[in-house]
Design a protein around this ligand. Structure first.
Ligand code: ATP
Ligand code: MG
Length: 638
């Protein structure tokens, strides 16, 4: 039995779910009216499986809904409270952002960018990034943001795939006090790409940069640009952006999102999940290079005219107190981060957050990976002081916005640490077996979405066939996200990790998330990753990697014994790892997710494939060494 927490924000709207359950199409039809449209749609949903078009015939503009609509009442209101890694800060109001966006829209046009063209944005977390995105949206260009930690090869692949006419980058970006020379990376990436006509360079770090005839300085262009550029009236299904997934399970996929449906999804989920109020100070720590940054740093908060914090640098720079310092400085009321970041903060102990005033917080959230109940409870007690609901939001780059989450802005339901609770209204989610039949409560199966939803991807860029096979071929007319889940007796959903991460031991299937959560609930453990390696007798045996909290000196033999006992009691002897290996770090993607496919590949002696999204190569070497030792000892013991 899981512990439950009866904590909410006093909202109890039952009507919304009733309406959504009775007819999801007319429900979303009503939700779309929260946005400003240039002309109304004549069909709410055109569903030609697996292709969905929402609000057909309607015309709309994302930049107009994020900026212009607030000018009468909020032009002086801060939209972005920007905090530089080095302590610089900037406040940008709704009025100022609109001016900058109109100027940059005119610049893009003057560089020959037309409606439907792609523009690559390879920028650090500085205000020019959302400005450039909104400028693209304003003129109907499709933006493709590439996380500023990527190498030249990764950029080359993505720019080539999207055939971007213009690239916007910076001279450099700050990361842990050092300058990352972004412009040089771009130069290398686009060598001999004739289709790239211009590179616009924002000067952030003022390091010297080589300039070619294609290059233009952001400031030079902005100084001469007109600040009047009306928003283009775009078809609801007009492609707003391409974004490549994290690459946790394979080669990144170019996910294509539209406009009207996507914005409707964001508007509604932001209100329901975060209970957003005019007085809130919202802080989402995600980099805009990932979907969370697109949806819940750029579009959703601005659609609501909210005030938000945007932070440029590493979460633990110059030290582990940086996040708490920012929350205190800006009197943040809502904090949205990842389990990986929380595990890191937890590793440094309670004294650091306890020395800051976090009393303005009223709501906490997480996204990106399953959150271990242990970490959830720490977040609830140490950061939220037992007064803030936590929303564990499940979604993907492909879904555009949240699909499963507690919704304190809509209703008050008991929270269970580690469960995303219920699907959002208007989305039909269930858990099925291999044959597509609903499983019994408390039985592990595959998560599926049974109807289209407004934030759903349009397709994979330039590859409709792949879109069909990856998401729509496992079950007929059902979207397959590739995650394991179970529904408990209360109908709450528990996400159990990637379906391709599952461990198969002696005929049993054990979710990696389940085992890792159990290991992390040991007091000395900060993080863990489990995977299976082939075994002649059992088919597969489990290997677990463990990172300890700061300052733990317990002998590993003792810890190993304790962990094994814990696994035996909590899950069962079947889940006992063949070996537990203590390492200092785990291989993670740049978005902070543990890359289990890499562990698996090393364990299976396979080629490790595309690792361009990896955060730190050293972790791979450490894990590889560990595996070699394990392989050797397995051979010796046979
Ligand atoms: P790729 O698709 O290239 O392998 P990725 O799946 O890591 O990359 P994202 O779209 O950023 O790229 O991540 C979505 C995935 O993250 C989900 O499918 C799920 O596995 C995981 N996830 C996100 N939020 C949660 C959550 N709250 N609980 C559990 N898992 C989550
Ligand atoms: Mg994915």
């Amino acid at each position: 039995m899981s512990d439950t927490y009866n904590i909410g924000l006093g909202n109890n709207d039952t009507d919304t779910r009733i309406k959504a359950d009775s007819d999801f199409v007319s429900f979303w039809n009503d939700q779309a009216k929260n946005l400003t449209w240039f002309s109304p749609w004549n069909e709410t949903l055109d569903w030609q499986p697996p292709f969905a078009k929402w609000f057909v015939g309607g015309t709309i503009n994302a930049s107009h809904n994020a900026l212009d609509v607030h000018q009468d009442s909020k032009s002086e209101k801060p939209a972005i409270l920007w905090e530089g890694e080095n302590g610089d800060s900037r406040i940008l109001t709704y009025g100022q952002i609109l001016t900058e966006v109109q100027k940059f829209s005119n610049i893009l046009k003057s560089l020959g960018v037309e409606k439907g063209d792609r523009v690559t944005l390879y920028l650090p977390m500085i205000p020019e990034l959302p400005i450039a995105m909104l400028a693209c949206a304003r003129i109907g260009a499709t933006h493709t943001v590439i996380f500023s930690g990527f190498s030249a090869t990764s950029i080359r692949d993505r720019v080539d795939d999207s055939k971007s006419k213009v690239i916007v980058t910076a001279d450099g970006g700050y990361r842990r006090g050092k300058i990352v020379k972004l412009k040089e990376v771009v130069d290398e990436a686009i060598e001999d790409f004739d289709f790239v006509k211009n590179v616009v360079v924002v000067e952030r770090t003022k390091n010297e940069i080589p300039m070619t005839c294609k290059d233009k300085l952001w400031n030079d262009l902005m100084n001469d640009a007109s600040d009047n550029c009306p928003a283009e009236k775009l078809d609801s299904a007009h492609p707003l952006y391409i974004l490549y997934t994290s690459g946790t399970t394979g080669k990144p996929k170019g996910v294509l999102h539209g406009t009207g449906g996507y914005l409707t999804h964001l508007y509604s989920t932001f209100k329901w999940a975060f209970d957003i109020k005019d007085s809130d100070v919202f802080f989402c720590t995600a980099d805009i290079g990932w979907v969370t940054g697109h949806s819940y740093v750029v579009y959703a908060p601005l659609l609501h005219g909210a005030t938000e914090i945007m932070y440029e640098g590493a979460p633990d720079f110059p030290d582990a107190s940086r996040m708490w310092d920012i929350l205190q400085k800006y009197k943040a009321t809502i904090f949205y981060t990842t389990p990986t970041a929380l595990r890191m903060f937890m590793k440094f102990g309670d004294d650091i957050p306890n020395s800051f005033d976090l009393s303005t917080l009223r709501l906490l959230g997480t996204v990106g990976e399953p959150i271990n109940p242990e970490v959830w409870r720490w977040y609830f007690k140490t950061i939220g002081k037992e007064k803030c609901p936590i929303i564990d939001t499940w979604w993907q780059t492909e879904t555009g916005g949240m699909l499963i989450s507690p919704l304190p802005g809509l209703e008050t339901i008991p929270l269970k640490p580690g469960s995303g609770t219920l699907p959002i209204p208007g989305v039909n989610i269930t858990v099925v077996d291999e044959n597509g039949k609903d499983v019994e409560p408390n039985t592990k199966g595959y998560l599926v979405v049974k109807n289209p939803w407004p934030g759903m991807l349009l397709t994979l860029w330039g590859d409709d066939e792949k879109y069909k096979t990856v998401y729509w071929s496992k079950y007929e007319n059902c979207y397959y996200p590739g995650d394991y889940a179970l529904k408990d007796a209360d109908g709450y959903l528990w996400l159990l990790g990637r379906a391709d991460d599952v461990l198969k031991v002696a005929g049993h299937r054990i979710g990696t998330a389940e085992l890792e959560s159990c290991i992390v609930s040991h007091d000395d453990v900060a993080e863990s990753a489990a995977c299976g390696i082939p075994d002649e007798v059992k088919g597969e045996v489990i290997i677990a990697f463990v990172v300890l909290k700061e300052g733990i000196n317990t002998e590993t033999k003792v810890l190993e014994k304790e962990l094994v006992e814990k696994i035996r009691t909590d899950i069962g002897a079947i889940a006992t790892p063949k070996q537990i290996y203590f390492v200092s770090k785990l291989p993670k993607t740049r978005s902070g997710k543990i890359m289990r496919r890499l562990l698996k590949a090393i364990g299976n002696n396979e080629k490790i494939g595309d690792v361009s999204t990896l955060e730190d190569g050293a972790a791979v070497i450490e894990v590889q060494t560990a595996f070699d030792e394990i392989q050797k000892s397995i051979k010796e013991s046979n």
